[in-house]
Design a protein around this ligand. Structure first.
Ligand code: HEM
Length: 379
């Protein structure tokens, strides 16, 4: 990903004019001209090396991002580098007339669209404890093989703690486990929070918002904004959420302590056995002055909301053998009728997910990912 602050190296203050030495015929000026040409050539080489990520310790590439994320714990070959614990789901999506009026995306066109998705928890452990996961997630691919697709990856938090990829990277560094304790260094976390007021707001949400007791009654949010484009080409900035039709039930601290490490999967299977699960897809339209390109800034509560579709999930399969395993839920795989906002985190996500996908697919292809490809451990 490109960091605009780092993309251009400082060049010479005043480029030398070619041939200046000849015009004057003075040896000193000739030497100065040659030195100038050399400086330009060097600056060009430096720019190339910088852009390629060969120099510049501060340059934030997708590789550096992932290396930082992987440094936080033991490797889990074949698994996603974030949200590795999850389950594949499938079903269909029904667009509404109101959705059609806002966007010409095929998902809203009328006929139901096939859905392949993944429910997951945040964190970095494919065997992580469901009861300790504050963040729950839903990734979707609307549209089947050979059809136009729309991919999205949503989280249960309503806004992000940071506004830019660089801040996100700092957050990952600050929260990296200290090898001595296995936990983040409290001083590093405190320093990060002190320097990032939006992260304090996020922490306040994480501490106060009730936990739901199921993937099925959790709301999943796009967090980043996009544009919906209608048949006449009119663009509207939106954020969307999958709002559960299943009633919310809180999981208090006592219930969390009693819940098993896989309670979300057990609960999902139990609910699916009695019928499909549904979420309304709700688009929130930006009002004047709303921060479209900054996912750390929530929009006011009174913004217009439109139910643009209904998501129906009716089956779940282990991710080791399920269709979701080999999908990259890249949030920039968008159909005509949906366009990215200028939020820099979107392009960062797209490039980091691609690199994560590449690493995990490589491990699977080379036969190094037994746990990620077999639902039960092999004898
Ligand atoms: C710069 C910011 C972010 C970075 C670097 C990042 C990084 C990652 C990585 C490396 C993965 C694994 C991808 C794969 O192997 O397929 C991932 C998965 C995921 N991320 Fe992010 N993420 C960021 C922001 C966000 C935001 C803002 C959201 C949602 C609002 C989000 C939601 C998800 C979800 C739901 C998954 C799991 C997708 C799946 O099931 O395949 N991420 N993220």
């Amino acid at each position: 990903m490109i960091d605009p602050q780092q993309a251009q190296p400082p060049g010479p203050e005043r480029p030398a004019r070619a041939g200046a030495g000849e015009a004057g015929g003075v040896p000193g000026r000739r030497i100065a001209a040659l030195a100038g040409i050399g400086a330009i050539a060097l600056a060009g080489a430096a720019a190339f090396a910088w852009t390629a990520g060969w120099i510049g310790p501060e340059r934030l590439t997708s590789q550096r991002f992932l290396d930082t994320m992987e440094a936080g714990g033991p490797g889990h070959p074949g698994f996603r580098r974030a949200h590795p614990k999850g389950v594949c789901v499938s079903g269909r999506f029904f667009g509404t007339a109101a959705g059609r009026a806002l966007s010409r995306a095929g998902a809203f066109a009328g006929p139901p669209v096939a859905v392949t998705g993944r429910l997951s928890i945040g964190g970095g452990d494919p065997l992580g404890d469901d009861a300790a996961a504050r963040v729950r997630s839903l990734a979707l691919q609307l549209g089947g093989r050979g059809e136009t697709q729309w991919r999205m990856a949503m989280n249960s938090f309503p806004f992000l703690a940071v506004a830019t990829p660089r801040e996100f990277h700092r957050q990952v560094v600050a929260n990296a486990p200290d090898p001595a304790t296995g936990k983040p260094d409290p001083a590093a976390v405190a320093a990060f929070l002190a320097a990032h007021p939006r992260a304090q707001a996020f922490q306040a949400w994480a501490k106060s918002a009730p936990w739901s007791d199921s993937w099925a009654n959790t709301q999943y949010n796009s967090v980043n904004a996009f544009y919906f484009i209608d048949a006449d080409g009119q663009r509207r900035a939106v954020r969307w959420s999958m709002r559960p039709q299943a009633p919310f039930a809180a999981l208090d601290a006592g219930a969390r302590a009693a819940a098993g490490p896989d309670f979300l999967v057990t609960d999902l299977e139990r609910r699916l056995a009695s019928g499909p699960l549904r979420w309304d897809m709700v688009a929130t339209l930006a009002g004047p002055g709303d921060a479209v390109d900054d996912p750390s800034r929530p929009w006011p509560e009174d913004r217009e909301e439109v139910v643009v579709g209904v998501l129906e999930l009716d089956a779940a399969t282990p991710q080791a053998t399920g269709a979701c395993r080999d999908i990259n839920f890249d949030p920039l795989v968008l159909p005509a009728g949906v366009a990215p906002s200028g939020d820099p985190i979107l392009s960062a996500r797209s490039s980091v997910y691609a690199r994560s996908f590449n690493r995990r697919q490589r491990e699977i292809a080379l036969g190094d990912a037994d746990q990620a490809t077999h639902p039960e451990p092999r004898p």
